[in-house]
Write a protein that binds this ligand. Structure first.
Ligand SMILES: [Zn+2]
Length: 261
């Protein structure tokens, strides 16, 4: 793991070298509630399928999300505010049900262009780096198993509360997932090994390094928010535990309609 840490730090300093300065810290102007609602309707496909009270929870979360955070945006990103809205709203999926201000530990948020080796990463619970365009695209046009913001912020939540392998559904779900992947069986959860193949050379044993319960928690969370019905069919106990953690039951939404945006 030390090699990965070195790589993260090297990438981090490299990014800082592209000269973002404190002035580039961008607050998100959420405006009136009706305006925020309209913006989310056009920028977050899943939002339009949620109940009114669930939408209201997301708007409340978005309003306070950037308090105390430093945001650095790559100069190539043209619509920073768009990206900020989408990131906060998708982070709300992960954090809004928690009883604490769970992402206050994230002090530094980097909106990256194409300057990362990976789509994104979370460093301990203080720093998140995200491919900005990918966040916007996945929010507008969800695809099964893919939500970078959910992935990285579920790592933050896990780092804080020790969620991975914390319930029978997560423990047994992880064992079954690894077995299914190794046997080549289809699963509605992304293979964290192939997804992270870009940084495979960093590890002597990449298979072992990425098939961890920590990565499983993040990829299962992605499946929960992008492919809930198939996740429930695949493993009802795993689905129920994630539903309990995130305070949402999404399996009966019209997922074909969500994907056909
Ligand atoms: Zn991950």
């Amino acid at each position: 793991m030390r090699k990965l840490l070195y790589r993260i730090l090297a990438g981090w300093f490299g990014y800082t070298g592209t000269n973002p300065n404190p002035e580039s810290s961008v607050p998100l102007n959420t405006g009136r509630d009706a305006d925020l609602h309209r913006k989310l309707q056009s920028r977050m496909r899943l939002y339009t399928f949620l109940a009114d009270h669930e939408q209201a929870v997301i708007r409340d979360f978005v309003r306070q999300f950037y308090e105390g955070k430093h945001v650095y945006a790559h100069p190539d990103i043209t619509d920073v505010e768009d990206a900020l809205l989408v990131i906060a709203a998708n982070a709300a999926l992960v954090g809004a049900a928690q009883k604490t201000h769970c992402f206050s530990s994230v002090k530094w948020l980097y909106l990256c262009a194409d300057d990362l080796d990976v789509d994104g990463d979370a460093y301990e619970s203080s720093t998140v780096r995200l491919d900005s365009d990918l966040c916007v695209e996945e929010s507008r046009h969800p695809r099964p198993g893919e939500n970078l913001v959910v992935h990285e912020f579920s790592h933050i939540l896990d780092a804080q509360f020790g969620l991975s392998s914390s319930t029978p559904g997560l423990r047994e779900g992880f064992e079954r997932y690894v077995d299914d992947i190794q046997q080549g069986r289809w699963v509605p959860i992304a293979d964290c090994f192939t997804d992270t193949a870009a940084i495979e050379p960093l590890f002597d044993s990449p298979d072992a390094a990425f098939h961890t319960d920590v990565e499983f928690f993040a990829t299962a969370s992605e499946a929960f928010f992008t492919n809930a019905r198939e996740l429930r069919q695949y493993n009802p106990e795993l689905y129920a535990d994630l539903s309990s953690i995130y305070g949402l039951d999404l399996a009966d939404l019209d997922w074909q309609a969500i994907w056909n945006a």
